[in-house]
Design a protein around this ligand. Structure first.
Ligand code: 5GP
Ligand code: ZN
Length: 111
């Protein structure tokens, strides 16, 4: 499967990592929409939030358990977490990801 985030997750495409463990990786967005704009993805390929179910959704809780760790590493005092789901939700890369945005007082539309 030709998925750019799978290639980032498996190291095929080098990226500017801010966090990594055996299950997830967080890296800087290529086109940041805020002073801090990090993408957090599961290493496992899941297309989008609409593909989550009882079998595969534990990773979402895991990601949210690491968001405070990542936010602390980035010295974020308040932030926004965004998920765009499928084309009509604004999703452009079809590998589940959460945008972590911060570094300023956020308002309006981001990511
Ligand atoms: P979406 O629109 O799917 O919610 O978000 C996809 C995000 O991935 C966009 O913010 C876009 O800038 C970012 N992006 C797309 N391709 C790459 C890439 O190759 N590397 C990185 N670091 N970010 C990417
Ligand atoms: Zn993928």
């Amino acid at each position: 499967m030709d998925c750019i985030f799978c290639k980032i997750a498996n190291g095929e495409i080098p990226t500017n990592k801010v966090y990594e463990d055996d299950k997830i990786i967080a890296f800087n967005d290529l086109e940041p929409k805020a002073p801090v704009h990090v993408l957090i993805i599961p290493k496992e390929h899941i297309c989008c939030a609409d593909e989550l179910n009882e079998e595969n959704s534990a990773i979402v809780g895991y990601i949210f358990s690491k968001i405070p760790v990542i936010a602390k590493e980035l010295s974020l005092d308040g932030y926004r977490v965004v998920n765009n789901c499928k084309e009509n939700g604004g999703q452009t890369v079809f590998h589940l990801h959460f945008h972590l945005l911060g570094g300023t007082k956020l308002s309006g539309d981001f990511a």
